[in-house]
Design a protein. Structure first.
Length: 347
């Protein structure tokens, strides 16, 4: 039987067929993001790292935010280390920074913030008992208003604080890939293309904002011309999008259809949409009668299609494929062999 290929993917493959360079075979190194506040790997998580020969882990060390309690951008949600497990041979500290942290950041503030970020990364890495840090990654969905300040922060961090042998990378959203002339290219050594969260999460009719391949295909250029070498991040997570009176108000991480089986509290509208018919608590949140939920997922078939879209764009050279993120409930839904096979699709 000939497998079904979506029309948009078939047309995309034709337009890109002649663009892929014929160089040496692609070598894809598998990695994961660790995005939880506590670093305490479960046995299952350790087994996945071992079975997939993962030797690099992107670990969120902290966020940078500006709150009412801190007028100056400050670290929040610091990583707590509580594990005796063996860590991968390479740790990449990752720092998420909000746009509001960058607004009004002058040159002196930039120098101070870069210093605090670097010194806190060193302190937390020592707490983890590792000297395996070869790079730092910054994560920010910068805007036109914050671009210059963010790029100045990156340059300061790399040029004034990081040793020359340490690599600085930054996350790249799809719109920043397609519209690089407008959004700018961050002054870093490498980029991490985040191939998820590309749909309209606030729109009730959105089929799947986590991984919408038809939407994503519109953002992938016909040839690789981005100024940075790119690695790639694919999603393994799922969540529920909560709507109240037609407005999206919250994301509930890890929500699945099994959580909504009680027909005295929830009415199923279709395969992914539900309505609350009796006010209730769910996953620690209070839901009111009339609230609506849309479930979104990273399905295996959608991930396979995503790789087919991307394999024609990524040049045939070594890069890292990182799964977001390392978490036992996520891993239980994806066999080792499947995650390994996705990487082999690039070869």
């Amino acid at each position: 039987m000939i497998p079904y290929i979506p029309l948009f993917l078939f047309l995309l493959s034709i337009s890109m067929a002649c663009e892929r360079p014929s160089a040496e075979p692609t070598k894809v190194g598998l990695s994961f993001y660790h995005w939880q506040t506590r670093f305490d790997l479960t046995t299952l998580e350790e087994n996945y790292l071992d079975s997939l020969s993962v030797d690099r882990l992107y670990v969120k060390f902290f966020d940078i935010d500006k709150t009412s309690a801190h007028n100056f951008p400050s670290p929040v949600a610091l990583l707590e280390v509580d594990t005796a497990s063996d860590m991968p041979s390479e740790i990449i500290p990752t720092v998420f920074i909000t746009n509001r942290s960058l607004r009004g950041l002058d040159e002196n503030d930039t120098n101070l913030l870069a210093e605090r970020i670097y010194k806190l990364i060193l302190a937390l890495s020592q707490q983890m008992g590792t000297d395996k840090i070869s790079g730092i990654q910054m994560d920010c969905d910068w805007s036109a208003q914050t671009k210059d300040r963010y790029f100045r922060l990156l340059s300061t961090l790399r040029d004034q604080w990081m040793p020359p042998e340490m690599e600085l990378s930054a996350t790249i959203r799809l719109h920043q890939l397609k519209y690089a002339d407008d959004t700018g290219v961050p002054p870093v050594d490498r980029g991490m293309l985040m191939f998820y969260n590309m749909g309209e999460v606030t729109e009730w009719e959105e089929p799947n904002s986590i991984l919408n391949n038809e939407t994503a295909a519109k953002y992938i250029p016909s040839r690789y011309d981005y100024p940075l070498s790119l690695d790639l991040a694919l999603p393994l997570f799922h969540w529920g999008v909560l709507f109240r009176k037609g407005k999206m108000i919250k994301l509930i991480n890890g929500l699945s259809p099994q959580d909504l089986l009680d027909r005295e509290r929830f009415r199923q509208l279709d395969s992914s949409h539900f309505e609350v018919i009796r006010s209730t608590y769910l996953a620690g949140y209070y839901l009111y009668r009339g609230d609506q939920l849309r479930l979104e997922d990273s399905k295996m078939e959608d991930l396979s299609v995503a790789v087919e879209i991307l394999r024609s764009y990524f040049p045939r050279k070594s890069f890292t494929l990182a799964y977001y993120h390392l978490d036992t409930p996520n891993l239980k839904r994806f066999p080792h062999a499947f995650l390994s096979r996705l990487a082999k699709q690039f070869e």
